[in-house]
Design a protein around this ligand. Structure first.
Ligand code: SIN
Ligand code: MN
Length: 206
């Protein structure tokens, strides 16, 4: 366990290879079900460089708010957050000494040339943010370069490589740190996953 900043914690190899294989199958099933993965257009009209599928509540990438149906896309009700996935997120957070009652998961799929710009996650309830209730992310597939900065966009960034099976927790005083994924290390996924690209599961408490 590496604490990059207080509350910003990298847990390498949190998941066994068997757990990763099972989770990738879950991601594929969730992603191809109704209200599955789609490629969002964001505020301003640009397209994201990941596919998105929200569980529990939909994060609207045009309005930056959570909702029950995907009003920016197909109007479908979001799929529920499976209780075993919520329990897995709690298990990660408890390993860091923090707590979470997860009710949302943003599942993203990064193609080999995918990425995610520098951002803060601040659309959850103000009380949740103020309490520093963490976000927990699980990485599956190709490794990603993950950047963690400060509380303003221009502050210095540290880069961590998130490999398949790693968890990363951003909570406590680090809850609102800027972060992003400038790119993947293509071809680095464990062969057993039969995956080109990367799934990320980002659990939150609304
Ligand atoms: C996110 O910032 O919401 C996802 C980060 C990641 O893909 O590791
Ligand atoms: Mn984020």
């Amino acid at each position: 366990m590496h604490e990059i900043h207080p509350g910003a914690i990298h847990l390498p190899s949190f998941l066994s290879l068997d757990e990763q294989v099972t989770l990738v199958a879950r991601c594929r099933a969730l992603g191809s079900a109704p209200a599955g993965l789609y490629r969002p257009t964001v505020r301003g009209g640009g397209r994201m460089h990941v596919d998105l599928c929200c569980l529990g509540m939909h994060w609207n990438p045009v309005e930056y708010r959570y909702e029950a149906v995907r009003s920016d896309h197909d109007g479908l009700p979001v799929q529920p957050l499976p209780s075993d996935l919520a329990a897995l997120a709690r298990r990660v957070v408890e390993a860091t000494g923090m707590t979470i009652a997860p009710d949302i998961c943003l599942m993203t799929f990064y193609p080999e040339d995918g990425g995610l710009g520098l951002h803060q996650d601040k659309d959850e309830r103000p009380e949740t943010l103020a309490a520093g209730v963490p976000i927990v992310s699980l990485s599956l597939g190709d490794s990603a370069r993950f950047r963690v900065g400060g509380f303003r966009r221009k502050e210095p960034l540290e880069t961590v490589v998130l490999a398949s099976g790693d968890a990363f927790v951003l909570g406590g005083p680090s809850r609102l740190r800027y972060h992003g994924v400038p790119g993947l290390l293509a071809g680095t996924a464990p062969a057993a996953l039969r995956l080109a690209g990367r799934f990320n599961l980002s659990f939150r408490q609304y």
